[in-house]
Design a protein. Structure first.
Length: 301
């Protein structure tokens, strides 16, 4: 008698859905952090599978730096209208106006680091006790240190020494008042897994993930989209390039890669042969060897 064997994408999907339902069962006020990137879009798709025909047991939360790609914001608004779920937006500009953060100066200025304060304020304002994020362990070495349920203290800070064991898919969501948990349902997925799942499920994405022509400048060895948010000077030379983006973030720190991958199959082949990690296109990770870990300890998702 033959046994039905799940495809590996089915197994990853089932695990992620199980984790999302654990969050709904264990926490009173969870939220799903939505960046507009492919990983958080995949999370929304998984949540639709986990909870439809009912509504999500959590809102979507987007921390808007004000320096986002226009394509990402357009996608976000269209997606929210299509699925009919609640969206909460925290604005970095509000944190700047309130004097809680100071806008960076200089050629490499970015608002990316400032969003941590806005995120922590949004969590506190809405009293979220769990925040679901789309981080993956293959993304960056600091990500690999975290568990699927990652406890943050009352200041939103992460201590890698306080990680809880997760044996036999048992997730401990017990926390003290003021603490919250960051939850990573696709922690065991790779970048290629995400793309293969997007292809299988036919999930729409922002157009910047596919090759297109864009005015760019070369900065610190990386192709940056020429935009009003970059502090450009006479040394910056604008060139029109065929590019796409492997990751989505603030325009001031997210680099493009030259590409002719116009279709998902092309992207999958391109990633499979790439020797550069996905986060290699993020300028904010190049500040120091421990840049990501330092941000996470300060409250970054």
């Amino acid at each position: 008698m033959s046994k039905y064997r799940l495809d590996y994408l089915d197994e990853l999907e089932a695990e992620a859905i199980y984790i999302l339902r654990e969050v709904a069962g264990q926490f009173e006020k969870p939220a799903l952090l939505f960046s507009g990137g492919k990983d958080s879009i995949t999370l929304v798709h998984l949540a639709l599978k986990a909870f439809r025909p009912g509504k999500f047991p959590f809102p979507l939360v987007h921390i808007d730096t004000g320096h986002n790609f226009e394509e990402t914001i357009t996608y976000r608004d269209e997606m929210v209208a299509r699925i009919g779920e609640k969206l909460i937006i925290g604005h970095v500009q509000d944190s700047i106006n309130e004097g809680k953060v100071i806008e960076q100066k200089g050629k490499n200025a970015s608002r990316n680091a400032l969003q941590t304060v806005t995120l922590l304020d949004t969590i506190a304002q809405h009293q979220f006790d769990a925040c679901i994020g789309g981080a993956r362990r293959d993304e960056e070495k600091a990500r690999a240190k975290e568990r699927i349920f990652s406890v943050r203290d009352e200041f939103g800070q992460w201590d890698p020494k306080r990680q809880r064991p997760e044996l036999w898919d048992i997730y401990n969501g017990k926390i003290h008042k003021g603490e919250n948990v960051r939850v990573f349902p696709i922690s065991n997925w790779t970048e290629l897994d995400v793309w293969n799942y997007i292809r299988r499920e036919n999930i729409p994405l922002p157009t910047i993930y596919f090759a297109h022509q864009r005015d760019c400048i070369t900065r610190n060895g990386q192709l940056m989209a020429a935009s009003p948010f970059l502090n450009m000077d006479a040394d910056d030379r604008i060139e029109n390039k065929n590019v796409r983006f492997r990751t989505v973030g603030d325009m001031t720190c997210t680099a493009a890669v030259e590409s002719y991958a116009f279709e998902i199959d092309d992207i999958i082949n391109e990633i499979a042969s790439s020797k550069i990690s996905e986060r290699g296109a993020r300028m904010d990770d190049k500040v120091s060897e421990a840049a990501m870990e330092d941000r996470k300890k300060g409250g970054y998702f």
